[in-house]
Design a protein around this ligand. Structure first.
Ligand code: CA
Length: 741
């Protein structure tokens, strides 16, 4: 059975070859949207100076627009539009599409203001597009140094812009916040948001703008940064305040009083050296009801608390929701979802605001489904926990105690002494892919997943009790060099990975309907008053479901996997639905996914970054899909022994797997090294050590990898490729997979 399963997963799809080396897969030039004959017209002026707090607060009075990241400040991503509804959604067709010129993951939420769409693509590039035709008004390239790609844990993605008072704001992968003139795309100001450029800080999240300020956080916890959020004056770019989310070096003064409170909860480690983590890389929500800003705070650095804070403690403000006064940045309250985080359980997932009847009282609540698998309903007035029902399979904790507000950990899942499969894994039961909140129905439409990881402490720490930060790679505190071995050795006991779209009642924990998806890494969600839930999945299907029943009502095959959330808008009485295609991001296991998962559309057909817009009666079509030739070429095997290949495997997992995929199986957005051409093999050393492909985002690793180590990584890549080739050719039943036995 196991042999059959392995042979199924390495069956190779054959077709037209177009893939070379490390480069981004080449894309055809922008197609269906005709470029303007002369110079691009400026965005029509009169509409654009007017987007201010009042207009976003009253966004429901103009449902044809999508004015802010989650549509309104409440970020519910539920549209009042009804022209497209249950009865006619079957007539929905492609109106236009635009190639975005990238095969890297696209994660942005477009913002639509009076017929103009503002969005970002890979490498933090910004586009202003006519929402009726797909024609571009202007684009802005912040020229992120391509070598910064190596500093990003989860691809060179960006989740969108803020549009506010005539400006468009974007955070760049290399840590800048840029204000553009919304009419022309010209830069107005730019600030460097990074406190320490020796550490691998990145920005992938969308800035939020409110109360005259722009708010931006950062990412990089896995590489050892210390998280914080900064508020800048929207007009001038001058810094208004900065809130650190974890304490710094205890020999230095506290930056603000909350750091004194936090420092009491970190015990015994050298977190300031390792970094601490707590990055706010996704959700920042402004609440006009309380003049508060909520920060969704990320995981610890390193992941393992035995290393990070060996004396115990909650490690504030990791995995917390923190409410700050919008004017001063001082803390009003905090709620920690995962005290002493030990699993990469971020609380950075989108937060939505609503007024709900809770226990007989109309209550202003905050809703969040963080990675840890519990759905939190929190009183926005004081941070009090009201509900915390599980929304997916959870094994790390038995429940959340509503009296104490704390989760009750499952001692059987403690992985300090021996490795354990834990649910959720580090991709979470829910990640950044947006949910939609339907207040009237009292339901949330949620993209969830069961995606376990086998957790085990770093061998270095097990053997010596010591752990040293490696500045050039991820610092998880887990045994990541051996991760493939742990997976392969423990496949028999692996909980089944799968994806879901589910309707979830956050007050009762009940789920009126659930759609199972045969892959876990799917897209964000949009709900509409037309009775529909829109969702793009890993198999390339853009779907519309009946929000009352979960029945599939409409499907369009994009032949590309999706992560981004759809949006909807209306122009001259016609309702449109838009979505970006292209997967990747944080998932390094999706390549030839392990059974019973299906292969992703992007693995089969390539990762075509496109912006698609649909309307009733739309008749446009995408170019016919062509399957990627994944025939693995014959390999020249190096004459290394198993111990040397095992070292290559460890090094590959440490430095390469994050992008190029576990088991040397790429997910489709970044080069599959098993398919390297003889020319790339010949240049392998220069690529890894000299950075000759730095321009394509493959920077040199010469600072952390030696000549001999590079050769061993190369030999391991060849050996893995050879095995998968042998299985594909029918010469072998089951690949060995790992040399670390
Ligand atoms: Ca993380």
């Amino acid at each position: 059975m196991r042999a059959l399963a392995w042979s199924i997963i390495v069956v190779i799809v054959a077709a037209i070859a177009y893939w070379v080396g490390w480069r981004e897969e080449p894309m055809p030039p922008p197609a269906s949207a005709p470029e303007p004959a002369q110079q691009a017209p400026a965005v029509p002026e009169p509409t654009l100076g007017l987007i201010d707090d009042a207009r976003i607060i009253n966004a429901d009075s103009e449902p044809g627009n999508w004015l802010a990241h989650g549509r309104t400040y409440a970020e519910r991503r539920f549209s009042p539009l009804t022209s497209v509804h249950r009865g006619n959604v079957g007539e929905l067709g492609l109106q236009w599409y635009r190639d975005m010129g990238t095969s890297r993951a696209l994660e942005a939420t477009p913002i639509v203001v009076d017929g103009i769409m503002f969005l970002t693509s890979a490498w933090s590039r910004v586009h202003a597009i006519d929402a009726l035709s797909g024609q571009e008004y202007w684009s802005y390239d912040p020229e992120v140094p391509p070598e910064w790609g190596r500093r990003a844990c989860c691809d060179v993605v960006n989740r969108g812009v803020a549009v506010y008072k005539g400006r468009v704001y974007v955070g760049t992968l290399d840590g800048r916040l840029v204000a553009l003139d919304a009419a022309t795309g010209q830069k107005v100001w730019e600030v460097d948001t990074i406190t320490d450029r020796d550490r691998y800080y990145t920005i992938t999240g969308a800035p939020r703008a409110a109360a005259g300020k722009v708010f931006i956080g950062n990412g990089g916890a896995e590489y050892g940064v210390r998280g914080y959020v900064t508020a800048y004056d929207a007009e001038t770019g001058e810094q208004a305040w900065r809130f650190f989310t974890v304490p710094g070096n205890p020999s230095l003064p506290f930056e603000h009083p909350e750091m004194e409170l936090a420092a009491d909860t970190w015990k015994g480690g050298e977190w300031w050296e390792i970094g601490g983590g707590g990055t706010v890389w996704n959700s920042i929500v402004y609440d006009p009801d309380f003049d508060q800003v909520y920060l969704g705070v990320g995981n610890g650095s390193p992941w393992t608390r035995a290393i990070r804070s060996p004396g115990g403690g909650d490690n504030l403000f990791l995995s917390s929701i923190v409410a700050l006064d919008v004017e001063t940045g001082s803390m009003n309250w905090h709620y920690q979802t995962t005290p002493g985080d030990n699993w990469d359980y971020t609380a950075v997932q989108d937060m939505a605001l609503a007024d709900m009847m809770v226990d007989g009282a109309l209550t202003k609540v905050l809703l969040q489904a963080p990675k840890n698998g519990f759905f939190y309903v929190i009183d926005r007035a004081d941070g009090r926990l009201l509900r915390a029902h599980p929304f997916a399979a959870v094994t790390w904790a038995t429940h959340v105690d509503l009296e104490t507000g704390r989760p009750v950990e499952n001692p059987d899942m403690d992985y300090t002494e021996s490795e354990k499969w834990v649910l959720p894994g580090p991709l979470g039961a829910h990640n950044w892919q947006a949910m939609s909140v339907d207040v009237e129905a009292g339901l949330v439409y949620l993209p969830a997943q069961d995606n376990p990881l086998i957790y085990g402490m770093a061998e270095e720490w097990q053997e010596t009790g010591l752990y040293k930060r490696n500045p050039g790679s991820m610092n998880l505190g887990l045994e990541f060099g051996r991760i493939a071995q742990l997976l392969v050795n423990n496949l028999e006991t692996q909980p089944t990975p799968k994806g879901y779209l589910k309707a979830f009642d956050p007050l009762t924990g009940e789920s009126p309907w659930t759609v199972e998806i045969p892959h876990y890494w799917n897209g964000g969600v949009l709900g509409t008053a037309g009775g529909l839930v829109f969702h793009g999945d890993a198999l390339g299907h853009f779907n519309a479901y009946d929000k009352a029943t979960g029945e599939l009502l409409w499907r369009f095959n994009t032949y590309t996997s999706m992560l981004a959330p759809p949006i909807t808008f209306e122009i001259d009485g016609t309702q449109y639905v838009s979505i970006l295609t292209g997967t990747g991001g944080g998932d390094l296991f999706s390549g030839e996914a392990l059974p019973p998962l299906e292969k992703t559309a992007s693995f089969t057909y390539g990762n075509s970054g496109r912006l698609l817009t649909f309307a009733l009666g739309g008749t446009a079509s995408l170019p016919p899909p062509t399957a990627v030739d994944r025939t693995i070429p014959e390999q020249e095997l190096a004459s290394l022994d198993d111990a040397e290949l095992a070292q290559g495997e460890r090094l590959y997992n440490t430095y390469c797997a994050t992008c190029h995929g576990l088991l040397v199986r790429s997910g489709g957005s970044i080069a599959d090294l098993r398919l390297m051409t003889p020319e790339v093999h010949a240049a392998f050393r220069q690529v890894v050590l000299d950075g000759i492909y730095a321009g394509q985002g493959m920077a040199s690793f010469g600072d952390v990898v030696t000549e001999e180590e590079s050769a061993r990584i190369h030999a391991y890549v060849r050996a893995r490729a050879h095995e998968d080739r042998e299985v594909a050719l029918g010469n072998k039943d089951i690949p060995r997979m790992t040399w670390l036995q």
